[in-house]
Design a protein around this ligand. Sequence first.
Ligand code: NAD
Length: 436
Amino acid sequence: MRLVVIGTGYVGLVAGAGFADFGNDVVCVDVDAARVERLRRGEIPFVEPRLEELVKRNLDAGRLTFTTRIDDAVPGAEVVILAVGTPAGEDGAADLRFIDDAAAQVGRALDGFAVIVTKSTVPVGTADRIRALIAAETSHPFAVASNPEFLKEGDAVNDFMKPDRVILGVDDDRAARALRNLYSPFVRINDRIMVMDIRSAELTKYAANAMLAVRISFMNELALLAEKVGADIEKVRKGIGSDPRIGPRFLFPGPGFGGSCFPKDLRALAHTARHHGASLEVVAAAERANHRQKHVLGERIKAHFGANLAGQRVAVWGLAFKPETDDIREAPALTLIADLIAAGATVVGYDPAAMEQVRGLGLELELAPDMYAAAQGAHALALVTEWTQFRGADFRRLHAAMAEPVLFDGRNIWDPEQLRALGFQYQAIGRGPLPR
Ligand SMILES: NC(=O)c1ccc[n+]([C@@H]2O[C@H](COP(=O)([O-])OP(=O)(O)OC[C@H]3O[C@@H](n4cnc5c(N)ncnc54)[C@H](O)[C@@H]3O)[C@@H](O)[C@H]2O)c1
């Protein structure tokens, strides 16, 4: 099938390369000319495991090409996929300007029937908006469809190639057939394609992200309660996660969620609810709780050393919003760093992948070449992102490097007893106070 994918971010590039890998002829379009140049050379503009080999293989086979021109790419395409960004606007609603711009350009470039599919996360009703924008630009027949994407950064290739489910929101038989054909090789063993109306598909994506965010915020609030009542949230987590109605995933307390999706999608869903006069109290509460949670590590460090951190050197391990990515959008580490700097601390950060992104922010932050260099001379260390290399840290070396052995484990990845036995003062989330 001949496909066009518009937007070569995490979603568009993974989808474009993934579809090409199943033998489709895919043209990926991006307005960012420098990005397109790099992609043509097989260089991936962000960190994502296995993506480089997937892109290179399909680039070499001639099934995957890159351009900046929608008007060159779209003629002759059977399916055009919109995968541009949908950031939060000022009032919390999704900012659809990239979608609008791309849709109008697609409309002008159509030369025959095509299915225009939205893979970006967009509010309910956006397909109608896209339909109107395209219809204003062309007299050719076309169909619109919704195909929300559920991949996770850090494991995006795997998620895309082996999806849990494929949601197709359609109101046109030709669109349904084309998209089923496109996805059937991905779900050969077990047909997990779900066909539904477009509005339900659009809402499903927000519902999934909101449910996951609510779970995290619930566990974060419960962890703080566990500390007050003398319970261990890790035991509670296992206790409730073994109930099949609850399940064990997404129950890990931490320093708050970040990333390019949950925060903006919660705001957009809450905005949609307000707009329609519906109440989504739980979603609004999950967002408020997350905002508070992002300050918890900073508050703890101040509770230990005093509100004025001048003269204190604090190491931060993990800057990306999650492991296996260099994405720092809304990362909890950035909130912590801002809180520490505001309190006068000297902050030194290390991340296996996100150093360049953080350097680009121009913060008052030292960046260390490795995890132990970051800890050298530090009075405290905060673990914010649970990269695997931090799990198996050499604690004797860490103890020797630090000026004071004070650890704030924002992800509960270490064993409190082991660390206390090694002479650390250790505090996790929801596992009791820091012994003094
Ligand atoms: N990142 C994720 O994990 C993820 C997962 C599921 C869904 N989503 C959703 O998918 C969408 C894309 O997310 P992302 O993280 O890939 O975004 P991104 O910001 O990484 O990439 C978007 C790309 O679109 C390009 N672009 C913008 N306007 C364009 C235009 N008119 N023509 C061509 N290219 C254009 C930008 O230059 C950029 O490269 C968002 O709606 C997001 O909510 C993201």
